[in-house]
Ligand binder design. Sequence first.
Ligand code: ADP
Length: 395
Amino acid sequence: MPARNILVINCGSSSIKFALVNEDHEHSAISGLAERLGSPDAQVHWQQDGNKQSLMLPNADHRAALAQVLPLAQTTAGGQLHGIGHRVVHGGEYFTAASKLDHSTIAAIRATAPLAPLHNPANLLGIEAAIKLFPNLIQVAVFDTAFHQTLPEHAYRYALPESLYRDHGVRRYGFHGTSHCFVSQRAAEMTGLPVNASSWLVAHLGNGCSTCAIVNGQSRDTSMGLTPLEGVVMGTRSGDVDPNLHGHLARTLGWDLQQIEDMLNKNSGLLGLSGLSNDMRSLEQAREQGHAGATLAIEVFCYRLAKSLAAMSCALPQLDGLIFTGGIGENSALIRSKTVAHLTLLNLALDELANASTVRGVAGPIHAHGHPRVMVVPTNEERQIALDTLALLDA
Ligand code: ADP
């Protein structure tokens, strides 16, 4: 049987990211972004064989943009497109794995929207448009939360009145599940350990950041919670703060809920601490030039990340390795070095030469000889979504 092709789609409220994944090839044959959908400036950009192209699509909505993207993918796949995998942010407690899309799964995704009011409705726009355009192609939803449905109750419950959980679903869900799953499986392959007999700590560090404890291929704890705001410091998100902060700001500054949520999600994290940027590369450059805010942002980021990883170690029976991934985790030797320096009680130490050279897509070990394993493993969420889609095609 020739290798199969899956189109992976990730819809935002005004954008669609897409990639064509072939099961035998690590890199996408075509990938791109349709953006500013619904506006006169709507356009689609894509990359194919190293060539970049773009097309203006004034006022195109999700369906009009997909109507351009799908034939592109079909042609690139030589007419052999086998399925579409849709990224969906929140699967609540209903989805413990990827699911084929039909009326009942779409209804369940819609019912979960109160838990992800910005994301799930946007994901549904793409799903519904793709089904209308390709009614005969199998389409699958892959959830950011599903991998974490194996958390034990003591890890997913908040210490809140039970009715909030029972009647309103207030619990910890966790996100970045496709990435945590992908890199822990890849780390097991790289080290020759069986996935179902290995224990990992993962630091996924992109614009959003989260940590995860994975035992025998299952998530046992993770730093994000009910929403992706909980946990470690991120590009613009605060991560953990005192839950009384809302009341304090309302009482002392008269801020309303929207102002507080915007501040915590859009103006905090690296951006808020540094007063400069949410982008780690820019902060590293500013730190080199002595910028105090950038220096502080990096210190807080690494210390809180190390604290979170140490907390995650409570969920592991043993440590087979700490994995760094995401744009920061894959590229920043500085952040890896500073974070690991806070984890000497776990006996972690880096080989700084290996650390410095394991960047820009290189995978491999970076720990010092005789110390527990620390690895860099580039993530590939599109590939994981395609693999999950293929698994359902085979089922
Ligand atoms: P997203 O979560 O949007 O997928 P990425 O995984 O691409 O984000 O990560 C983006 C982050 O990675 C940004 O903060 C960016 O500055 C950082 N990054 C990328 N390359 C480097 C680098 N060479 N050094 C430090 N940080 C980097």
